[in-house]
Design a protein around this ligand. Sequence first.
Ligand code: DGL
Length: 266
Amino acid sequence: MKSIGVFDSGVGGLSVLKTLIKNHPNESFIYLGDTARLPYGTKSKDTIISYVKRNLNYLLNNHDIKAVVVACNSASSVISEVTSSVPLIGVIEAGVRAALKTTKNKRLSLWATRTTVELGQYKKHLDKKEKIESLTSTPCPLLVSLVEEGLQDTEIAWSMFDHYLSPVFQNESDTLIMGCTHFPFLKDSLTKYLKEVNKSLNLIDASSEISIELEKILTQDSKKKKQPSSKQEIKVLLTDCASNFKHFTTKNLPKNLNFEFSMINI
Ligand code: DGL
C-alpha cells in the first residue's frame, strides 16, 4: 500500500501528522524529521530549497509514496521552486484559508520563523484571496526551540508570549496565525496565558484545512485506481539524534499510536 510522506525539520510537523492520522485512519504515513538540519527557519531560501529537494528525493526514491505533505511553513514557502512526481501539499494556503474563515475584523497577525516572514508567502496568498485590514508578521525563532525542548508549560514560555504578543495586541488582531508547525503545541499554554491577561485571540492551526486538502487529492486518486484498505502504519525516519524526538512523541501524541522509528543518513 502506498504511503503519505510528511516532513519537517523536527517535531513541529507532528502537529500536522496527528490530525492526518486521525482523519485518514486507512492511510499509512512516513514522517521524515530532518533533525540533522534543524532549524530550517533561520536558513536562506536556497538552503531550504536544497533541504526540500533532498527530503523529497529520499522519500520518493526509497518508499512507495502517493503524496507528500510539507508540514513546515519555512519549507512550504519555497515549494513553488520544486518539482515533484506526486502531489506536494504545503501548509501556507491552508493557514490562510483557516484564518480568513475565522477573522471578523480582518486584522491578522502571524507568528512564524524568520525565513517564513521574510519570504512573505502568507501576505502573497492573503492578497490573492481577500482584502484584509492589516497583517503583522513577527519572527518567533525562540518558540521553535521552546517546543523542541518540551518547555511549553513553563514560565519561560509565558515570558516569550509576553514578548511576541506585543505586536499582535498593538495591531488589535482578533486572529493569530500559528505559521510554524511547532506552534500548535503551544496552544494550551497560550490559551491559559491569554485568559490570565484577559485577552481573546483566535489561534489558527492549519492542520484541519491541510487534512481537507489531502482528502481531495486522495479522492481524485482513488477515482483513478481502487486501493485495498489495510492496517495503518506510521513510520518515523530521523536524520539525527532520536532520543528527544521519541520522548516528545510519547508525551504529546496519543498513546494508542504505534510509531516505528528508524534513523536514515541523507
Ligand atoms: N516547523 C517548521 C515551520 O513550520 C520549521 C521550524 C524550524 O525548523 O525553524 O516553519
